[in-house]
Ligand binder design. Structure first.
Ligand code: AMP
Length: 508
């Protein structure tokens, strides 16, 4: 290799080729690190054969598979930019991403419904396919014909490795530009903080079009030279079977609530486990406690976002505090600031969570104005999350800035109200939103998912709110639903709820 490819060398530069890398129990596919080196070289050769040049984007919307992961490494080795897309996106959405990112190649499933409308819209776009079953798809066939040797193309620390479009619950999705240094620095911080070692085996059931499943889970595995059991999708029954064979699991909070619903999740079954990690959405303190009661393990909750990689983590050694997201990772600076001025606030006060460090992205693809408006002059990135740091240094997230409710001129942090309602023993979870109110601007509405279909009593909830919250924070209306709407990463879709209940105060 002439020069260095920072991310490839950081992840796979010192691997032991004979060590196991990943097994997919559903397809029977099994890879060693030698296979990763060989197969990623084949993909890199295939990309070059298709005319992909360094700096080009390769957009990928395929079902989760080990080949998709090998393609990711192939893209990095070819000096190109990996652009994974959520498999749930329909043709219209994909068309937006492709027109914005202008990739040199689009890879989709052989049976994709998106393919033909995309080909019609982008007549000159090169399209290849990759199927969920091993060995299926035109790109897989092309890679099979290639040499297992590839002279990895040099890429510097500041060059782009990936663009991930943010889930963007409101407004246009933005492409977060992530460099080789962003990804590698965060991988190293996580491997150190969570003491990931060659002997570890990770249960991988997250999607790999997202930062959590792709970077947090797979990059750390490669950098540590450890291995994983790679499931194509979340499957509680299969995971219960597999837990005795692994040492770590990373999940979104819904993984934990669904695993808790399985009576076969017992203390004995997971006694040997080293670490359970949760992130991407808030883990209810109640889930944390239930999981500890059932298994004896305290889930380690961490916080991050596509633009910044991982920001904070509860300690591996030390107290993992339920309801908090812990301390800044090594090399990462976190401040809670006055949203208007960016000045740091005293400990305990709720403000804008801002972050600076080698983990923070380069900016939004082709949106210089938007990028500038989300950074302070001192280089801190404004996450859009609100939170506070307690005297011991633990960060607690109170909600998203855009979720902030302003009713009659008073600011209400939904999380605070939700915490009160969630304490009722018939409430499974709640979502508190602001919707138009003729008098107050916004009125506070509580949407309640009750336990086992058992409807919590509205009067009791009102009394609970009255006993713990200032009057302006108390929900004026309550709605009961079977479950809260969530996206693929387990985040509650508050925008959907705001639309559904927008007339709550205009009906009368
Ligand atoms: P994404 O870019 O899709 O990963 O979404 C990032 C957002 O997810 C953050 O800005 C937070 O609002 C939320 N998030 C991630 N981790 C946590 C966590 N542990 N607790 C609460 N919210 C979280």
């Amino acid at each position: 290799m002439a020069g260095h490819n920072i991310l490839f060398e950081g992840l796979l530069g010192e691997v032991k080729p004979a060590r196991p890398f990943a097994d997919n129990p559903k397809t029977g596919q099994s890879l060693t690190y030698q296979d990763v080196l060989d197969q990623s070289a084949r993909y890199a050769n295939a990309l070059v054969a298709l005319g992909v040049e360094p700096g080009d984007r390769v957009a990928v919307q395929v079902a989760k598979s080990l080949d998709m992961l090998l393609l990711y490494i192939g893209v990095i080795r070819a000096g190109a930019v990996f652009l994974p897309l959520n498999t749930a996106y329909v043709a219209k959405e994909v068309a937006y991403f492709l027109s914005d990112a202008e990739p040199a190649l689009f890879v989709c499933d052989p049976g994709s419904e998106v393919r033909s409308p995309i080909q019609d819209t982008f007549a000159s776009l090169r399209i290849e396919t990759m199927g969920a079953d091993p060995g299926t798809g035109s790109l897989v066939a092309l890679a099979d014909e290639q040499s297992a040797h590839f002279d990895t193309i040099a890429r510097g620390a500041q060059e782009l490795a990936a663009i991930l479009y943010t889930s963007g619950t409101t407004g246009r999705s933005k492409g977060a530009m992530l460099t080789h240094a962003n990804l590698l620095s965060n991988t190293r911080a996580l491997v150190d903080s969570w003491a990931i070692a060659e002997s570890d085996r990770l249960l991988h059931a997250l999607p790999i079009f997202h930062t959590h499943g792709l970077f947090v889970a797979c990059n750390t595995t490669m950098a540590a030279g450890s291995s994983m059991v790679f499931l194509p999708a979340f499957d509680a029954a299969a995971m219960i079977e597999l837990l005795p064979d692994v040492s770590m699991m990373m999940g979104v909070p819904t993984f934990y609530t669904r695993l808790l619903a399985e009576p076969r999740l017992t203390r004995d079954r997971v006694a040997h486990m080293r670490l359970f990690v949760s992130g991407s959405a808030p883990l209810l303190a109640e889930t944390h406690q239930q999981f500890e009661e059932r298994t004896g393990h305290r889930i380690l909750e961490r916080y991050g976002m596509t633009e910044t990689n991982m920001i904070t983590s509860n300690p591996y050694n030390g107290e993992r505090r339920a309801g908090t997201v812990g301390f800044p990772l090594p090399g990462v600076e976190v401040t809670v600031a006055d949203p208007a001025t960016g000045d740091p606030l005293p400990s305990g006060e709720i403000g804008s969570i801002e972050v600076r460090g080698p983990n923070v992205f380069e900016g939004y693809w082709r949106m210089p104005e938007k990028t500038r408006s989300e950074f302070r002059d001192n280089g801190f990135f404004i996450t859009g999350d609100l939170g506070s740091i307690d005297p011991d240094g633990y960060l607690t997230i109170s909600g998203r800035e855009k979720d902030l409710i302003i009713s009659g001129g008073f600011n209400i942090y939904p999380k605070e109200v939700e915490t009160v309602l969630d304490a009722h023993d018939r409430v499974l979870e709640s979502a508190v939103i602001g919707v138009p109110h003729p008098d107050f601007g916004e009125g506070v509405v509580a949407v309640i998912a009750s336990r086992d279909g058992d409807t919590a009593n509205e009067d009791e909830l009102r009394a609970l709110a009255q006993s713990s919250l200032a009057r302006f924070k108390q929900p004026k209306r309550f709605f009961f639903v079977d479950g809260l709407p969530r996206n693929a990463m387990g985040k509650v879709q508050k925008q959907e709820l705001r639309t559904r209940f927008k007339d709550a105060f205009s009906e009368a």
